[in-house]
Design a protein. Structure first.
Lengths: 221, 221
DNA sequence: GTCTATAAGCTGATAGAC
DNA sequence: GTCTATCAGCTTATAGAC
């Protein structure tokens, strides 16, 4: 029996066929699940996207649900990676600006992952409640405490820290989750680096202004 | 052959059985589609939610897709109803404040409709592209022109009007679309009137500040 | 480890009694 | 207009040859 491991867990060795196919299937499944949800996704469609016969997909992932869980797990990992560190002694303008820009970058670079996450939460987060409880809630509480300490220190205006973080999440994720709408309304079939810049600048300026702050780039003018 | 009409089109007469069942099925289907998307939704589940046998649902809506389209149509109608009028000679602070509060109210009062709309767009808006083109795009263009005229008149700071409207949409819809996440993170199983107030106040204050404006309620302090 | 064929069960849609 | 029974096709998952 093979020891269970995630792809990428190998230590410096070349990626095995197993790891490679694992990754290919996860990527294919992410798109399919993002586009149709757990129940609406078709194993055949995932196999087609992966360029593999359906039986092969079942060889790596016994059931559709176990594949879905692996995909969510993979996304949560990447999500956590970009969870920026924010500390009490940071400058709020710099820290928030950095946080906003990281989130926008994630939306522009990983829109499919963002959409799958959104899809799962829209459907009531039945497979993510453990993660939300055990990881995201402590994370939010920590960051809210930091924001509150900035307020107490007089470094920024008094705003509800939770609502502030929800505002940053929602406004940045919008460009991934509602890409179809934004792209159609702006007649921009593809988002480019320039748009990512202008969105980042806009959101950073708007949100920081709401906190009585000025974005770091503009601070020296 | 019965003349086709939507439920509610009757003029003062009592609602027929047909109208009543139409409405019941639409409501049941809205929840089911919001939770699972077009492909993932089950006609049996819709019938169960409606408290009707499956055959009856097919009597009113020949196919699953036609039911889905009716549901979307119904939502678009309600969406358009709350599309606030914003005019060049309005006071921007008042108009934006009103717009934001209306959007928050819609999110809190019709979260399921908001989620179905979001779900459709996340999946690429395949059934909404006509609506986005023919109705939403002209609407956005109009409002953007109004915002631009406010800027030209010196009534508010210069910001990108499209991004401003996207910010209002995303930040307000978040409380409907991501209700499961917000509710879990805040340990609030149910959103109440007080929360709707505080969210409205927060978002109005933040977004208006970004435009160099003060919410009307605070203007007299 | 790969791939095809097939089993077992589910789902949309319809037919037809009431 | 209502509801049950049922069909045809699709979908997940497995068995088994290679």
């Amino acid at each position: 029996m093979q020891i269970a491991h995630k792809p990428g867990d190998f230590n410096g060795a070349e990626p095995s066929i197993r790891d490679r196919n694992f990754a290919i299937i996860i990527a294919a499944a992410t798109s399919e699940f993002a586009g149709h949800g757990l129940k609406g996704a078709r194993m055949q469609a995932i196999a087609d996207r992966a360029g593999l016969p359906k039986g092969n997909v079942h060889y790596y992932f016994k059931t559709k649900e176990s594949l879905y869980l692996s995909v969510l797990d993979n996304i949560v990992d990447r999500w956590n990676d970009q969870f920026d560190d924010i500390n009490e002694d940071d400058d709020p303008a710099e820290a928030l600006d950095r946080f906003i820009r990281n989130k926008v970058r994630f939306s522009f670079e990983e829109p499919v992952a963002s959409r799958l996450f959104a899809s799962e939460i829209i459907q009531g987060a039945p497979h993510l409640s453990r993660y939300l409880h055990s990881q995201m809630r402590p994370w939010l509480k920590d960051r809210a405490t930091v924001v509150q300490s900035w307020i107490t220190q007089g470094k920024m205006q008094s705003v509800d820290p939770n609502y502030l973080i929800f505002l940053i999440w929602s406004s940045t994720q919008h460009y991934a989750d509602f890409e179809a709408q934004v792209s159609l309304l702006l007649s921009k079939p593809k988002f480019d680096e320039a748009m990512m810049q202008s969105v980042s600048d806009f959101l950073s300026r708007m949100i920081l202004a709401g906190c009585g702050l000025t974005p770091p780039q503009l601070a020296n003018n």
